[in-house]
Design a protein around this ligand. Structure first.
Ligand SMILES: [Zn+2]
Length: 162
């Protein structure tokens, strides 16, 4: 298990647009493994490569801790509906805020064999996927928060980090 350092708010790497991945090299596979380790260690449900300082279009999500998904070059194909709910980010430790996002998302991505995959998600999964894809475009959820960021109450923190 290898943990990578999570970059925090204010680090310019978090505001850069990431580059597409052309080929899954052993280094990329290692990166993805490390991203899962780092995400689980921090009790997060999603993590994007720029959060560990790598400007590539890769993110990992697992909203149930049973269904790890690594997405390479994800692209949103469709969204619908609307949900407003609490969101947090591993790069903004100890904070959370309310964000409105689509309630449904359909995304095309490539898996670690560079096979094209389609995923559809609603509610938390949709929120998480969209939050991570925003990271790949240098966008933080803090730009979308309605009102003010709040301090996370200790027992809520486990579910809210992305
Ligand atoms: Zn985040």
């Amino acid at each position: 298990m290898a943990l990578r350092q999570i970059r925090v708010y204010g680090d310019p790497v978090l505001n850069k647009v990431c580059k597409e991945v052309k080929e899954v090299t052993p280094r990329i596979k290692q990166l993805i493994e490390d991203m899962f380790d780092t995400m689980y260690d921090a009790n997060g449900v999603g993590l994007a490569a720029p959060q560990v300082g790598i400007l590539k279009r890769i993110c990992v999500v697992d909203v149930t801790y049973e269904d790890p998904i690594a997405m390479i070059n994800p692209k949103v194909l469709e969204t619908s509906g609307e949900q407003t709910g609490q969101e947090g980010c591993l790069s903004v430790p100890g904070k959370c805020g309310d964000v409105t996002r689509p309630n449904y998302v359909k995304v095309r991505y490539y898996d670690t064999d560079m096979k094209e995959q389609i995923i559809e998600g609603t509610e938390l999964l949709a929120r998480c996927i969209l939050h991570e894809i925003d990271h790949l475009d240098g966008k933080m959820y803090t730009e979308k928060v309605i009102g003010e960021l709040r301090d996370v109450v200790a027992d809520e923190s486990a579910d809210e980090g992305k």
